[in-house]
Design a protein. Structure first.
Length: 194
């Protein structure tokens, strides 16, 4: 599914890093970049992107003001806030202002694509310390994505451990079997028993 993305950050190196990460999705198209909030609102009006990656701390107009402007514009773009600030209050505030996700720049390499996938699919992506919908009341559906992420991470870790354990056990059994092979088949035995 093709997605049109606008990247908004006042630091060129951050924008370039985001562009590198986005290359993992060849069907996604970066339609523009902006380095401040005023330019961001203009480009959102002009380009009508599906997704906006938005920094909070920018010159001329910050991300919070941009989110307020976007509420007035009633844009269809899903907004992912990418911030250097790891703050429950800020993440809650951007959620109330209509952002669909919030990630810390420190975790962008790990979370950016997952967050954009979730937002593109109509879900939200917020840190586990931000709970409930924008209005402050919580529904089971709002808790589901966070719980799903926790379960997925646990299953992934458990799966990795299980695979490593199976590999060690298999290696042990192969060595044991290999030691019992007749000396006549020494080349095979040499491969199996290191």
């Amino acid at each position: 599914m093709s997605k049109r993305i606008l990247v908004v950050d006042d630091h060129d190196v951050v924008r370039q890093g985001v562009l590198l990460i986005l290359r993992a999705r060849p069907n996604w198209q970066v339609v523009g970049e902006a380095s401040d909030g005023i330019e961001a609102v203009e480009k959102i009006r002009q380009l009508d992107p599906d997704l906006v990656i938005l920094d909070i701390s920018m010159p001329r107009r910050g991300g919070l003001e941009v989110l307020g402007d976007l509420q007035k514009l009633q844009t269809r773009a899903g907004v992912l806030v990418l911030s250097m600030h790891e703050s429950k209050e800020l993440a809650t505030q951007v959620r109330r202002l209509g952002a669909a996700g919030y990630i810390n720049k420190t975790n962008a390499g790990r979370d950016l694509l997952r967050a954009l996938d979730a937002i593109a699919g109509g879900d939200t992506f917020f840190p586990s310390y931000v709970q409930g919908p924008p209005g402050g009341t919580s529904t089971p559906r709002d808790k589901e994505p966070g719980a799903f992420r926790i379960i997925t991470e646990w299953v992934t870790r458990a799966g990795r451990v299980a695979i490593q354990t199976c590999a060690l056990a298999l290696r042990h059994h192969v060595r044991h079997i290999g030691r019992g092979l007749p000396k006549k088949i020494a080349p095979i035995r040499a491969v199996i028993v290191p």
